[in-house]
Design a protein around this ligand. Structure first.
Ligand code: 5GP
Length: 194
């Protein structure tokens, strides 16, 4: 997605060969116009999947997921990373090791918001080794619902996640695919910008 790639080039900061910082439009401050375009693009790509629900992970997955939910006309559920006093229903949970924080979190969704006949689109901000996406997939499976697609805003294709998810048979659509972050430079798959 051209607009997203341009935004990554102009505002992204390469922190290391492995990590890209995009706090100015996705992970801290949020660009609503870009999120709107991202939501539209996900809706277009998954239009034929009969999606009934979107599942994401707090907090950075929420903005793109909500915009996709708006265009697809389906509800959005976000998994929580911490136990909440108000999250008292029967919980569907999975363990997720965080790539950026190097810690393991239990992520949870109330079983009230996933039905076994749901066709789910999983959305997340980044795809690195696939732990977050696989945790969300596991939660959806526990509910008996089906994962019909995985939508990623920024895929770091040099890490293992995308390959792993595709090996499991999931359809993965990533709006920006990064081939390399070497030498402080963002290189996209199929084209070199910047
Ligand atoms: P994975 O679970 O696929 O290994 O990593 C994906 C998760 O880690 C995402 O939910 C995202 O929050 C975080 N993450 C992974 N790599 C990056 C990165 O390069 N930059 C940022 N900002 N977050 C990342």
């Amino acid at each position: 997605m051209r607009l997203l790639e341009e935004k990554i080039i102009s505002e992204g900061r390469v922190l290391s060969d492995q990590v890209l910082k995009v706090d100015s439009f996705l992970n801290h401050q949020i660009d609503p116009f870009l999120m709107n375009e991202i939501g539209k693009e996900f809706a277009l790509r998954f239009a034929n999947e009969g999606i009934t629900k979107i599942v994401t992970l707090e907090s950075s997955g929420i903005a793109p997921a909500v915009m996709a939910g708006l265009y697809m006309n389906v509800p959005v559920v976000f998994a929580r990373k911490r136990k909440s006093l108000t999250l008292t229903d029967d919980l569907l949970s999975a363990s997720v090791h965080s790539f950026t924080k190097n810690e393991t979190n239990e992520i949870s969704i109330s079983n009230k918001y996933l039905d076994e006949d749901d066709r789910v689109l999983v959305i997340d901000d980044f795809l690195a080794n696939g732990q977050a996406a696989l945790g969300l997939v596991e939660i959806v499976k526990q509910s008996g619902a089906k994962v019909n697609g995985i939508g990623i805003v920024i895929e770091k294709s040099f890490q293992q996640g995308a390959e792993k998810l595709k090996e499991f048979g999931f359809r993965v659509e990533s709006l920006a695919r990064i081939a390399s972050l070497s030498n402080g430079e963002v290189q996209f798959i199929n084209e070199k910008v910047g």
